[in-house]
Ligand binder design. Structure first.
Ligand code: PMV
Length: 345
């Protein structure tokens, strides 16, 4: 007897950043992200009765080095899903973006795996009512990687309790409930690949830097304020105000890292060159801005109506700062999908 399922799940980029957590993987401040479209993970899972043995294949090649991370995920969800320990797991996965691109694959990868687990729980145990499906997937994804909680929904997604977002809570993400101007429903993000190596600071170490951080209280307060300030900007289609806020958030994230003990500087000289060029292009009237993750890559943000000019700007002026000239054009996406066709994974 065996059961199988497969999901395709996207990455996401936060505009108000989650940075700092308490156990069990609960955020110290609220965050909001756009779910992406092109950057995603496809994962197929097969289970047979067993004792919790895990095997992982990436692009068809068995990767024992991936097992400890996945085993950690199963350990984290064991209390909610004890049945998972009585099966053996074959997990086949593929990312649409280059493996060592420096794009965090944890959001797409762990949300895809969480969706597979909830699908199997539904089939195999019939315990998950349809209305709770994505909520449960978000909780499990969160236990794997906080930002993955937001990838189970398309569009704009909130995670973490904050007074300005009714229904927001710590344990699972949900779609942003306030009005969004159409310009933001179709927003663009071109990811410039500046540094494609190993992350200089792991997520766990990174979030840990906020424990006893001298600016922690001010940061957490600021994240709530930024969530509130975003609301009228998104509702009215104020692209300039939105880009200003997104850039302040990104630089604050890096400022916090630079003021941590030990301090981390994750931007590279090429990152700074790109940021300067983007800010000067915006001063000259181009609708373009940036955000950053915990790394050197730059996410170039712009509305669909500026696409042609921004693509030319990326090609002519920014790609020279990218590793091997590489970048990925992406946009707000519709969220994960169940893979129904036979998977080549
Ligand atoms: O999900 P994690 O633990 O990899 O943390 C992600 C943290 C940031 O990407 C920097 C911000 C965010 O909200 O996604």
């Amino acid at each position: 007897m065996s059961f199988q399922t497969a999901w395709r799940s996207p990455s996401n980029i936060a505009l108000v950043k989650y940075w700092g957590k308490t156990s069990p993987q609960l955020p110290t401040n609220p965050s909001i992200s756009m779910t992406l479209d092109a950057c995603r993970t496809e994962t197929a899972v097969e289970i047979v009765p067993g004792s919790g043995k895990i095997r992982v294949w990436v692009d068809g090649v068995e990767m024992p080095s991936f097992v400890p991370k996945i085993a950690g995920f199963f350990k984290a969800i064991a209390e909610r899903h004890p049945w998972t320990a009585h099966l053996d797991w074959s997990i086949r996965t593929h990312n649409t973006f280059p493996h060592s691109s420096g794009i965090a694959s944890s959001a797409s990868g762990l949300s895809a795996l969480a969706l597979c687990v909830v699908s199997l729980a539904k089939e195999f145990q019939e315990r998950i009512p349809a209305k709770d499906f994505f909520r449960e997937a978000s909780v499990l994804a969160r236990l794997g990687s906080g930002s993955a909680s937001r990838s189970v929904y398309g569009g704009w997604v909130v995670w973490g309790r904050t007074p300005s977002v009714p229904g927001s809570n710590q344990e699972w993400a949900h779609p942003y409930p306030h009005a969004i101007d159409p310009v933001f429903a179709d927003f663009r993000d071109t990811v410039l690949l500046v540094d494609v190596g190993q992350k200089a600071v792991s997520s766990t170490v990174g979030h840990g830097l906020m424990n006893n951080h001298p600016f922690a209280a001010a940061r957490f307060e600021m994240a709530h304020r930024n969530m509130e300030s975003l609301q009228p900007l998104l509702a009215s289609g104020n692209v300039g105000g939105f880009l200003d806020l997104a850039e302040r958030e990104a630089l604050m994230l890096h400022g916090l890292m630079m003021a941590s003990n030990p301090p981390f500087v994750l931007m590279k000289p090429a990152t700074l060159s790109i940021l300067e060029k983007i800010q000067s292009a915006r001063r000259e009237g181009l609708e373009v801005g940036f955000t950053l993750d915990a790394g050197a890559n730059v996410h170039v943000l712009y509305p669909q109506r500026a696409e042609q000019s921004v693509h030319a700007f990326v090609n002519d002026s920014l790609s020279v700062h990218c590793k091997d000239g590489a970048f990925i054009h992406d946009r707000v996406g519709a969220g994960p999908t169940l893979i129904t066709e036979p998977t080549p994974l």
